[in-house]
Design a protein around this ligand. Structure first.
Ligand code: PLP
Length: 210
C-alpha cells in the first residue's frame, strides 16, 4: 500500500518566537509605513510574505555542512565542490559566486548594460530593473495581457508576450538588446508561473535573432 503523508516528513528542531499583534496594531503600522512594506519594522510583522529569499528553515545536513566548511583563503575544498555542482547544473565554464542575487545583477548588468541598451523581461524584478537603469539602459516589461486581470483564471499568468517580443526584437536588433530575461516564477508579476512552452518560444526567438 502506498503511504500517503498527511504531515510534513521532517522534525522541526528550533523555533523563533514572533510578536503577536492585533489587526488594529497592524493597520496602524501600515499607515505609519505609508503602506510601503520596506518601511515596516520586522517586529511589527506577524506573517512575512515580502520575500522568499533565505526565509526557510535549514536542514540538519545544511547546518552540519557549515561545520565541515573549508575556510581556506584560497583553494578551499568547499568552493571546488560548489563550483563542480554549479557547472554541472548550468553547463557554464566560468562561475563567479556572489552573496546575493542583487550583487550578481550589479556585476552582470554593469557589463551588459549602458546607455542606449534595451532589456526585455516578462517583468523585471525590482533589483534587476534598478541595476539595469543604474547602468543607463532601458528596461521594458512585456507580460501577457492576462497578467493585468486579477479576477481572470489563467494557468501561466507569468508568461512573456511573444508577439510583443517579436516586435521588439525586430525594432531594436541584437546590437541594441542587452538581454532578454525570463524571470521564473514571474516574481514582481505576483509570483505567477511561466510555462515551459513560453520559455522555449522565448529562447527560440532570441536564438534566431540576427
Ligand atoms: C529575479 C531576481 N533577482 C534578484 C533577486 C534578489 O535576490 P537577493 O535578495 O539575493 O539579492 C530576486 C529575489 O527574489 C529575484 O527573484
Amino acid at each position: 500500500m502506498k503511504f500517503k503523508t498527511i504531515f510534513e516528513p521532517f522534525k522541526i528542531k528550533s523555533v523563533e518566537p514572533i510578536s503577536m499583534s492585533t489587526e488594529e496594531e497592524r493597520t496602524l503600522s501600515l499607515e505609519e509605513a505609508n503602506y510601503n512594506p520596506f518601511q515596516l519594522h520586522s517586529k511589527d510583522v506577524l506573517i512575512d510574505f515580502l520575500t522568499d529569499s533565505g526565509t526557510s528553515a535549514m536542514s540538519s545536513k545544511q547546518w552540519s555542512a557549515i561545520m565541515d566548511g573549508d575556510e581556506a583563503y584560497a583553494g578551499s575544498k568547499s568552493w571546488l565542490k560548489m563550483e563542480e555542482e554549479v557547472k554541472d547544473l548550468t553547463g557554464f565554464e566560468y562561475i563567479l559566486p556572489t552573496h546575493q542575487g542583487r550583487a550578481g545583477e550589479r556585476i552582470l548588468y554593469g557589463y551588459l548594460g549602458g546607455k542606449g541598451k534595451i532589456f526585455i523581461s516578462n517583468t523585471h524584478f525590482d533589483t534587476t530593473r534598478a541595476n539595469i537603469e543604474f547602468s543607463g539602459a532601458e528596461a521594458i516589461d512585456i507580460p501577457i495581457a492576462e497578467s493585468a486581470e486579477p479576477m481572470l483564471s489563467h494557468p501561466f499568468k507569468g508568461n512573456m508576450d511573444t508577439d510583443k517580443l517579436k516586435e521588439l526584437l525586430k525594432k531594436h536588433g541584437s546590437k541594441k538588446i542587452g538581454a532578454v530575461i525570463l524571470t521564473v516564477t514571474n516574481n514582481s508579476g505576483g509570483g505567477q508561473p511561466v510555462s515551459m512552452k513560453n520559455a522555449i518560444e522565448v529562447s527560440n526567438l532570441c536564438k534566431n535573432l540576427k
